[in-house]
Design a protein around this ligand. Structure first.
Ligand code: G3P
Ligand code: MG
Length: 251
């Protein structure tokens, strides 16, 4: 079993769902496009197919990105594997499939990409999704890649991940930080706070940093806003356009 490094480093920029501006989100093409556009890490969403296979998918329904009007949780992997997850974005991506989490990891290894793995469970599958994600990571995360960061909006998922693999770094995901962010982060043993950069008040950003947490913001495609957020002390910007944000915020 892979042992994760105790030290953890977050990049300044992470490609969101790969590089979602340029390629169909959460596909291998999108991961490769992020690398081509200069990203060293990518974020993507993992949930379980109906029969428990971890796959890259944001929505609970397959409709928006594959055209099939069915819930992911009700659809077996064998059916999802035959869907086109690229044609909706542009004709040149037609035939691009929904990747399994394992296929995505193999792609990361080929490309030399680190990852923020967002555990995105369908309702009621919080713990099962987290346990499946951790199992795949512990079994197959490439030794040459940096330690990945797990994140989730669902505390139950992060708690299950913590219990299954305490040494895998975790970040809480919160759209807008309320007064309870620190209690939640500490209860889950999180090292990071990932939040909506458009709703991040300066005082909250300062409080997160003063408390010693890594602070990441999503989904920032506006270079001016990214610049402002870095100036507030944000460590990492998660963006659909990693090339644009890198060019505008180079240090
Ligand atoms: O992980 C950051 C971001 O992806 C969270 O929101 O809805 O794009 O998964 P969402
Ligand atoms: Mg996400």
């Amino acid at each position: 079993m892979y042992r994760f490094m105790p030290e953890f480093r977050l990049p300044r920029i992470i490609g969101h769902r790969g590089a979602a501006t340029y390629a169909p989100e959460n596909t291998l093409a999108s991961l490769r496009e992020a690398k081509r556009r200069g990203a060293s890490w990518v974020e993507f969403d993992v949930k379980l197919s109906g029969d428990g296979v971890p796959i890259l998918m944001h929505d609970e329904s397959l409709k928006r990105t594959t055209g099939l009007d069915r819930l992911v949780a009700d659809t077996p992997w064998a059916k999802i594997a035959r869907l086109d997850a690229g044609g909706w974005k542009a004709p040149r991506f037609a035939g691009e499939g929904v990747p399994t989490f394992e296929a995505a990891i193999a792609c990361l290894a080929e490309e030399g990409l680190g990852a923020n793995v967002e555990i995105k469970p369908c309702p009621g599958r919080e713990a099962a999704t987290a346990v499946a994600v951790v199992e795949v990571l512990c079994r197959s995360w490439p030794a040459g890649l940096p330690t990945p960061l797990l994140s989730s909006f669902k505390d139950a998922a992060l708690a299950a991940a913590r219990d299954a693999a305490p040494d895998l770094p975790r970040a809480i995901l919160i759209d807008e930080l309320g007064d309870d962010w620190r209690r939640r982060a500490e209860a889950l043993g999180a090292i990071g706070v990932n939040t909506n950069g458009r709703r991040l008040a300066a005082a909250r950003a300062r409080a997160v940093k003063a408390a010693g947490f890594l602070l990441s913001v999503y989904t920032i495609n506006d270079p001016a806003l990214a610049t402002d957020l870095f100036a507030l002390g944000v460590d990492c910007v998660i963006t659909d356009s990693p090339d644009t944000i890198a060019a505008a915020t180079a240090t």
